[in-house]
Design a protein around this ligand. Structure first.
Ligand SMILES: C[S@@+](CC[C@H](N)C(=O)[O-])C[C@H]1O[C@@H](n2cnc3c(N)ncnc32)[C@H](O)[C@@H]1O
Length: 329
């Protein structure tokens, strides 16, 4: 029997509006920001945001980094939590989105508590151990090789600090619709083409542990909306358009699907939502990952057996404030 390849040749995320934002102009930024702000206002979205910020233990006085902050909806919530002494820093590759985020923060009287920084999650322009908390919400699944950014998030959080990542689960887009077959094809087309890695969230626990984080935990949320004015109504319609573009459904099937969707909405039965996975962990006092072992020219197993030999130079490099005998191995 022929061996099946484990990974598909499919190029994921071809139609992600978020993967190349560095060059977008003001008008595009305003359109994208309007989507993010609409999403952020949803009742379930607020409940989810409060819950994951509680899990990260964002407290007054903390210095926090929001990677891929977009229009700043989560960043503003962070700024309110760390007030009055803390700082919230929002990083994004898009100067146009950062300008909109700054404008909204000004309007909400938060400008003094927020700093903005242009940059890329995969190579953060930030010193090691600079933050108490580092967060990225619905960002890394849109970024080619976004999983590589986890080590960067872990690098810039201080020992004892926490890293949190929220990811959409691409196949977790749910809605009320009478045609299951068409709807499933639309969801799969959206998951594969609108997200570079719609399954990244499922891999986050393993990735965070590989990056050296400890006490890694995971929680699922599924914000849902009823009615026809929320964010997810627009999302399911954009998903159907993508499905036509990639020929997962025909134009005729699209028309049929939309007509049935409108009937559900007119009857007041419509519900839509999306499962999202939140994974968080703590940077240990001494973080020893595979690259440290390489830098020290020792086998990772040798590091585990002979901690005193390996840990001294790592400690000097990463956590000068912690004496060797107190370091948690
Ligand atoms: C879906 S939006 C999420 C925005 C915000 N985190 C939120 O939850 O409202 C994705 C964001 O990731 C940003 N982004 C795209 N590529 C990035 C990269 N390589 N590094 C950091 N952020 C990136 C986009 O500019 C955009 O602001």
């Amino acid at each position: 029997m022929d061996e099946q390849p484990l990974e598909s040749e499919h190029e994921y995320g071809r139609f992600s509006p978020w993967r190349e934002t560095a060059e977008i102009d003001e008008e595009q930024a305003r359109q994208l920001a309007a989507r993010l702000e609409l999403r952020a206002q949803g009742e379930d979205q607020v409940v989810m945001r409060d819950a994951y910020l509680d899990l990260l233990d964002v407290v007054p006085g903390a210095r926090v980094l929001d990677v891929g902050c977009g229009s700043g909806a989560v960043l503003r919530a962070l700024a309110r939590r760390v007030a009055p002494e803390g700082t919230a820093v929002g990083l994004d590759p898009s100067p146009a989105l950062l300008a909109v985020a700054r404008e909204i923060a000004d309007l909400e009287g938060l400008a003094e508590r927020i700093e903005f920084l242009e940059g890329d999650a995969r190579s953060l322009p930030v010193a090691d151990a600079d933050f108490d908390i580092v967060l990225a919400t619905t960002v890394l699944g849109h970024v080619p090789e976004g999983d590589g950014a986890i080590a960067e998030l872990a690098r810039v959080v201080r020992p004892g600090g926490r890293v949190g990542v929220l990811e959409l689960d691409g196949d977790g887009l749910l809605m009320v619709h009478p045609d299951r077959d068409l709807t499933r094809r639309i969801v799969a087309a959206w998951s594969d083409n609108s997200l570079v890695d719609g399954w990244l969230g499922r891999r986050l626990p393993g990735l965070m542990e590989e990056a050296g984080l400890q006490d890694v935990r995971m929680r699922a949320f599924t914000p849902i909306e009823r009615g026809t004015t929320g964010f997810y109504v627009g999302l399911v319609e954009r998903a159907a358009e993508i499905a036509v573009t990639v020929e997962a459904i025909t134009s005729e099937e699209h028309r049929r699907w939309l007509t049935a969707l409108r009937a559900e909405q007119a009857a007041g039965r419509f519900v839509a939502g999306l499962t999202q996975l939140f994974v968080w962990g703590t940077r240990p006092l001494v973080m020893l990952v595979a690259s440290d072992a390489e830098a020290l020219a020792v086998e990772p197993t040798t590091v585990a057996e002979e901690p005193v030999i390996a840990v001294a130079p790592v400690e000097e490099r990463l956590i000068p404030a912690v004496p060797l005998e107190k370091a948690e191995l």
